[in-house]
Design a binder for this molecule. Sequence first.
Ligand code: FAD
Ligand code: DLZ
Ligand code: SF4
Length: 506
Amino acid sequence: MTDLVLVLGDQLSPDLPSLRQTRPEEADILMVEALSETDYVWHHRKKMVLIFSAMRHFSRALENDGRRVIHHRLDQERPCADFADAIGRALATRPYDRLIITEPGEWRLRREFETWQDRFGLPVVILEDDRFLCSHARFDAWAEGRKQLRMEYFYREMRRETGLLMEGDKPAGGKWNYDAENRKPVVDDLFMPRPHSVEPDAITREVLDMVATRFPDGFGDLEPFRFAVTAEEAEAALDHFIAAALAEFGPYQDAMLRGESFLWHSVFSAYINIGLLDPLAVCQRVEAAWQAGNVPLNSAEGFIRQIIGWREYVRGIYWREGPDYVHRNALGAKRPLPDFYWSGETDMACLSAAIGQTRREAYAHHIQRLMVTGTFALIAGVDPHALHEWYLAVYIDAFEWVEAPNVIGMSQFADGGLLGSKPYAASGAYIDRMSDYCGTCRYKVKDKTGPDSCPFNSLYWDFLDRNDGTLRGNPRLGPVYRNWDRMDEAKRQAYRDRARDVLDAL
Ligand code: FAD
Ligand code: DLZ
Ligand code: SF4
């Protein structure tokens, strides 16, 4: 019996189900740097380097472990058009008994894989990806019959099931969630940790050259490239984060500061998403740091919630809602994505900072994604699908299963409130409170209307006004609509006029 085992670029885990369930002497591992994957959406060039370098390192590690690996490179003489092309080439060299795959992270590939049994005439086994804590069946069992799918309740079940931060059947410290102690704005002169940084080795250098040559006009800076590309390097990043940043992660997780892209964030999302770090093991290390008295509970809990709560929850939603999820548009928003989302060239200091660092680092933290680029697109009425393609293109950690629910659901309310109980619309006051952006902005955050007023201020009210028919009935927006109704008509019109000017200028 000889199996062909296809391992994708975000499946770089030694204990991947398809690797665990096949024996080295009875399987060929197939890894493919495929044209289809670089082309189906744009990718930040740092993301391509991360994936190709990590794939090449992973192939080498598998070979060192005694596995037979077929690795197709993008810079070989005839690169593979897509995964099917690579499978066809493998089948032309020898017969295989089965094709084994761990399920992919998006509907596009899942549907393609399901056609392969007929296409290639051999049994195709698609295994569930148990690197996630919550199986599809487990998520469906939790979701079934619930009117609302609120993350907080899902999270509590994940805490119970993993035993993380539990004292018997009670949450450690008596509360499930310590966010009341978090969300502090940043103070200027705080000592800032730096994320763990890895000097590119020869393999990464070769990939950097390849990506520079093949994608000279691709989005995003290539250098400096400092990401980990192996599990060992990612482990070192985990050690560093726990020692240097985790203690302050909780209080400052929502803060934003000019010139500081990472603050106390872990920058682990890409490592976890492609398999270099195991999500449960990361959380266990964080729990151990709290048990050892090295970090406060509010930081450990806040961090663990992001991974066993949000990360698992959005994945559950993605697969449960089906392939049309990325096309939802509950608010009927149609505006094209403004060009400055690609260039960063805008007078709005908050957007310029978030997009500028996205171009440089392929990274922005959660609040920059949600409350700066996300909120602006929402209140400007940008087409959520265009925005979805942008988020997929610009971040190092972007894979559809995690990106789409965060963008279509959480950030744009385009799923009509499945993920969030109200849209994350906000005026400039939120950004002013949580960042130091407004002080340097050409616009005045305190001005509500007029040519120098912060665009968020008028767009916020104009968004509520434009979507009155859909949103007024939302119980959480009742007080906001009452404020709007109490304004005199001249003031309301001034908001509308300023919003019109802002939108016309986009
Ligand atoms: P930290 O702040 O250090 O958090 C720790 C970990 O928690 C992250 O590494 C990540 O694994 C997990 N996490 C935190 N928040 C979320 C969340 N909302 N959903 C899922 N996991 C979460 N995350 C991605 O991995 N890929 C994406 O394409 C992506 N797109 C997003 C788009 C929008 C509009 C928003 C609002 C959020 C998006 N996120 C995405 C979630 C989150 O912003 C990133 O995971 C996080 O910013 C990554 O930085 P970090 O590793 O420093 O995270
Ligand atoms: C993102 C990406 C890119 C750019 N290139 C490849 C590739 O050449 N080969 C590969 O196996 N995977 C790549 N990936 C990751 C896949 O797109 C990812 O597996 C799917 O999006 C499913 O999550
Ligand atoms: Fe952003 Fe408005 Fe502040 Fe300028 S004033 S940085 S546009 S929130």
